[in-house]
Design a protein around this ligand. Sequence first.
Ligand code: SF4
Length: 191
Amino acid sequence: MNNTETKQKLLDQLYEPYKQCLLCPLAKQGRTNVVFGEGNVNSHLMFIGEGPGREENEQGKPFVGRSGKLLTRLLTIVGIDRQDVFITNIVKCRPPGNRRPTFEESSTCKKILLLKQIEIINPKIICTLGSCAVENIIEKQVAISKIRGTCLPWNNRIIIPTFHPAYALRNPRVIETMVEDILNAKRKSEI
Ligand code: SF4
């Protein structure tokens, strides 16, 4: 079994018990699918957003709605095919009305799924999208406009935070900055 097959098997084993997860309140707030994430399990670069939206919940895939289309476009601009990176969220079930996940929801989901996904995929660089993602990983409140684009050491990896594409849809002036941050993340993942 090669590295890709081993990692995929480990991820499948990780997901199996949580396909109908009931461990946090998001299980009973309109969830259709638990959206585990998708992409290249061998990627050195991983993207982590906040949580699935309406279309992601329906399709069971991360970042497939309007924000996802923008993310895919930004990846293309810097020369990344989205299939070549791994994309997921802090919480795997949709928060109703796209509200921010609560501390209980995000800490529960992070513990059972996200931290294990990171361990299996083993990316060098994690590009977090929006303040919720970075705050939940580094366990500290931040001002995203101040720390975006910086390299934050975390568990022998580097976190590079940038804005969430949903924010960029409302504030297109940050798109150029996001391109810069994602390009920086790509370059660092290739070293
Ligand atoms: S968000 Fe995570 S912890 Fe909560 S129900 Fe979904 S899979 Fe389980």
